[in-house]
Design a protein around this ligand. Sequence first.
Ligand code: SF4
Ligand code: SF4
Length: 145
Amino acid sequence: MQYVKEILVGGKSLIIGLWITLKRLFKPIVTVQYPRQKLTMTPNFRGHIEFIRFDDTKTHHCVACGLCARTCPSHVIKVQGEKTRAGDLKYGRQYYIDFSKCSLCGLCVDVCPECTLQFSKEYEYVFYHRWDTVLDIMGRLEGKR
Ligand code: SF4
Ligand code: SF4
């Protein structure tokens, strides 16, 4: 009798499992075959910060005011600029972040008076060394040309 009962219980769980599989078969696929396929990140996704390239200058609008670096609670940003002529505005020349310390809080993006910062959509980061997390943000913008 016990034997028959076990067969019935096993058969019931098998049918439940098959029913769940059958239902899933006709639902939309929500995963992708990574890394052959890649997802497009949502507009609110936050990768590391990067410069926006503007159409008028074909590059960023950073004037190296240092406001982002002073506002950053984690002291992630190092920025340097130069003036080409006396009386001119400074122009950002070097911009580095230590991504390992960034909390993606967004204060630097919000505070920039030139609105030249945004969050990138990059999510594939693997670092082998602590110092690999220091990213040359200006160089990355130039490299994307
Ligand atoms: S997102 Fe926040 S922690 Fe990251 S660099 Fe900007 S201000 Fe600093
Ligand atoms: S706040 Fe904006 S303009 Fe000022 S240094 Fe940072 S990125 Fe450049």
